[in-house]
Write a protein that binds this ligand. Structure first.
Ligand SMILES: Nc1ncnc2c1ncn2[C@@H]1O[C@H](COP(=O)(O)OP(=O)(O)OP(=O)(O)O)[C@@H](O)[C@H]1O
Ligand SMILES: [Mg+2]
Length: 508
């Protein structure tokens, strides 16, 4: 019997950047209708491998074959024509175009006289979105969508080309736990249609939930390639990081009673309830809620990059000029936003430039930068987040995604911060680095910093916070203290508050 060649084979793939090897002879197969989870620490080489398969870059050695045919590398159009589609880690939609225009970029439907047939594209766009159960109006602009919705539209776009091999590079890094189900459905539907998939993720649950087999890269080497039933979580983590990790333990309750940060009457817009809350010195206050509940809007308003309708922020008894990020920074507020591209990372500049950007003045005397002092401070900060880079001069644009996230965090670890605002701080960060970031946040809090943590990752929110406020429609829908967070039903409680389904206490 003739054995059919697998949909995708990578064979002896090697790649170096500037003489530094990133992939060392990596080989594995992915058959049709099979999901291979690709795991590995930040910088292990996952995205590089996907870029080679999808033709964005060429390997230094090795071949990629599709159904037994050698693929000519470095030709994205040819890769796509041969059936390979990729949803890249860094999405690049056209924000000013509508959803349907984004879905049809490069293959617009025209009528007989060559004019764009908008109504037909809208109709087909609606059908494409419906297949995946997405209830979105194709006529709205991309820039009005949340990061999660943007990601789902990009996946719709990638799969609508009739892909036989689909590469998903951290498709859920921007999608909160509760909304991931939709993506699971999409992947399962595609598996039934016999599509071969490589799925990169840092979430162990997803691997267990979706994968047929697991491939782990460690420093560019193939460290594991086994069917899912032979790979439990500890085995995967161990081959990724080479050691066992501590489990995330719950935050301890001892927080000073000193109210340090007071937020009062913060109202996002006419429709939302004004909210007021305090954060004590050393307290980690979590903000939970569904996508679009207003958590990001709240923290952006506190920091001042978004204009709230009203509100007062007081730090150590002194009112901060709300609406001015530079005044907030002066008053000791630091902000790590969810979107690192919007976080002011300058991809064409070095690690040290980016890490010192918000506080370059501290390292300057009468206009001259003290490079020695600056390098020392930044070196300490990047060590604290365990940054994988080739040194402080490496351009940020050439770091792996997770390492870019670490820079956004590292830049705030060099000055006297009173309130640290973190919006989804470990999105896209590998499990090893994640536990490092958790201990950094805890250490900063125990030294007296107040932390406001927005997180859609339930174990993170519940494990890290001393207290959680659940946000719904810009208002506070509920609050859980540490004792309540320790209970088994904490997650359900948070969801009930978030969705407005909390049971009214019945007084008999
Ligand atoms: N264009 C480039 N120039 C120089 N180095 C690069 C370039 N692209 C990637 N690298 C380096 O190659 C290594 C692998 O990066 P890659 O993006 O493949 O990692 P990854 O496994 O996808 O990580 P993450 O989980 O953070 O997304 C990193 O050390 C990165 O800095
Ligand atoms: Mg990557």
């Amino acid at each position: 019997m003739i054995k059919q060649a697998p949909a995708l084979q990578v064979n002896g793939i090697q790649k170096s950047f500037g003489g530094v090897p990133v992939l060392h002879s990596v080989s594995f197969d992915v058959p049709s209708g099979h999901v291979t989870a690709l795991a590995g620490e930040n910088g292990a080489g996952k995205s590089t491998l996907m870029k080679i398969i999808s033709g964005q870059i060429t390997a230094d050695a090795g071949v990629v074959t599709l159904f037994g045919q050698t693929l000519e590398q470095g030709n994205p159009i040819l890769s796509r024509r041969s059936g390979v589609s990729i949803v890249p880690q860094e999405l690049s939609p056209y924000p000013d175009l509508t959803i349907y225009e984004n879905l049809f970029v490069g293959r617009e439907i025209r009528n007989r006289i060559g004019l764009l047939n908008h109504s037909e594209m809208q109709k087909q766009a609606r059908q494409m979105l419906e297949i995946f159960g997405l209830d979105l109006n194709p006529k709205i602009k991309m820039n009005r969508l949340s990061v999660a919705a943007t990601q789902l539209v990009e996946i719709t776009k990638a799969t609508s080309w009739g892909a036989r091999i689909l590469l998903l590079d951290e498709p859920t890094s921007a999608i909160p736990d509760r909304e991931v189900d939709q993506l699971y459905k999409v992947v399962r539907t595609l598996r039934k249609q016999n599509v071969a998939m490589i799925y990169t993720t840092h979430r162990m649950v997803e691997i267990q939930e979706l994968a047929d087999s697991v491939v782990v890269l460690r420093d560019g080497n193939l460290a594991l390639n086994v069917p899912i039933k032979e790979a439990d979580e500890s085995k995967i983590v161990h081959s990724m990081v080479g050691r066992d990790l501590e489990k995330l333990t719950s935050a301890k309750i001892n927080v000073s009673a000193k109210k340090r940060i007071e937020i009062s009457n913060l109202q996002l817009d006419k429709k939302s309830e004004p909210i007021s809350f305090d954060i004590a010195q050393g307290e980690i206050l979590g903000l939970g809620g569904l996508i679009g509940a207003g958590r990001t809007e709240i923290v952006e308003s506190i920091f001042g990059i978004r204009k709230a309708r009203s509100g007062i922020v007081i730090i150590d008894g002194i009112e901060v000029n709300i609406g001015s990020p530079s005044q907030s920074i002066k008053a000791g507020v630091a902000f790590v936003p969810e979107d690192r591209k919007g976080a002011g990372l300058v991809l064409s500049r070095s690690v040290v430039d980016n890490a010192s950007l918000p506080h370059i003045r501290e390292f300057s005397r009468s206009g001259w930068v003290n490079f020695g002092a600056r390098n020392n401070a930044i070196n300490k900060a990047v060590k604290a987040v365990n940054l994988r880079s080739r040194g402080l001069s490496q351009l940020v644009g050439t770091l792996s995604g997770g390492n870019q996230q670490k820079i956004v965090l590292a830049r705030w670890l060099t000055q006297d911060v009173k309130l640290l605002i973190l919006d989804e701080p470990t999105r896209g960060v590998d499990v090893g680095a994640r536990s490092e970031i958790y201990s950094i946040i805890r250490k900063l809090a125990s030294e007296g910093m107040s932390v406001l943590l927005v997180s859609s990752d339930m174990p993170e929110l519940i494990g890290m916070s001393h207290r959680v406020l659940v946000i719904r429609s810009g208002g506070i829908a509920g609050e859980l203290n540490r004792t309540e967070l320790n209970r088994d039903d904490a997650q359900i409680k948070i969801f009930e508050f978030a969705s407005g389904q909390e049971k009214e206490d019945i007084n008999v």
